[in-house]
Design a protein around this ligand. Structure first.
Ligand code: PGA
Length: 251
């Protein structure tokens, strides 16, 4: 059985005081709660602050991005080792906002995912189609191209530490989530692709998260699908009450 994973992507929200309040609220509400891996992905500026609050409870830390070099003259960038140093275990890579606003390509995401794996971070690699692509019937082709590019050159050992998030671009921040059936169709395709390109064993254990307007009211239905193993939550992760409800409703 794959253990459910719920990750909160705070995006570019929360100053220190706000981050402390949100993290403390989540921590208090999830004390003693088991059965779900919970990951908080705050902005870089509060990674250590959040880590100090959750380090004595079973909630993990993730970053929202990374650069692929270990160190060097790359002004403004953050290396995988620096993320480990802040207490991160996970890192999001290839989010559609990075692809759209910062021109990240599958080749760049491939380097980032590889660099994360090399230092023992677990990458949450995001894929997803735009509305235009869905309406043109190209969803599966787009996902296949993204998987092929993002995971090029990987070995079975790499894939074992990988998490994939299916995030249809049209569902992100729009309040319009994919239906459970739409999510399942793509998740199933992803798992089959992993089985064909790595192994059935990897496919069986790999967690595939759904992301895009996940709320306390729709998480149960999504999680009922065989190949939906958790969620990457944006907007609803910014309030302790809604995030905690999503975590609790996911099992
Ligand atoms: P959303 O964002 O939950 O606000 O739609 C999801 C994401 O971007 O990961």
């Amino acid at each position: 059985m794959r253990k459910p994973l719920i990750a909160g992507n705070w995006k570019m929200y929360k100053t220190s005081d706000q981050a402390v309040k949100l993290t403390a609220g989540i921590k208090a509400a999830l004390k003693g709660f088991e059965g779900v891996d919970v990951v908080l992905c705050p902005p870089f500026t509060v990674l250590s602050t959040v880590y100090n609050i959750i380090s004595d409870i079973d909630i993990q830390l993730g970053a929202q991005d990374l650069y692929w070099e270990k160190e060097g003259a790359f002004t403004g960038e953050i290396s995988p080792i620096m993320l480990k140093d802040c207490g991160c275990e996970f890192v999001i890579s290839g989010h559609s906002e990075r692809r759209k606003y910062f021109s990240e390509t599958n080749e760049i995401i491939n380097k980032k995912v590889k660099a994360a794996l090399d230092v023992g971070l677990k990458p949450i690699c995001c894929v997803g189609e735009t509305l235009e692509e869905r309406e043109a019937g190209k969803t599966i082709d787009v996902i296949k191209t993204q998987l092929t590019g993002c995971l090029a050159g990987f070995e079975i050992g790499d894939a074992l530490n990988l998490i994939i998030a299916y995030e249809p671009v049209w569902a992100i921040g729009t309040g319009k989530n994919a239906t459970a059936a739409q999510a399942q169709e793509v998740h199933k395709f992803i798992r089959t692709w992993i089985a064909e390109n790595f192994s059935q064993g990897v496919a069986n254990s790999l967690r595939i998260l759904y992301g895009g307007s996940v709320k306390p009211a729709n998480i149960k239905e999504l999680m009922n699908e065989e190949d939906v193993d958790g969620a990457l939550v944006g907007g609803a992760s910014l309030e302790a009450s809604s995030f905690v409800e999503i975590v609790k409703n996911s099992i």
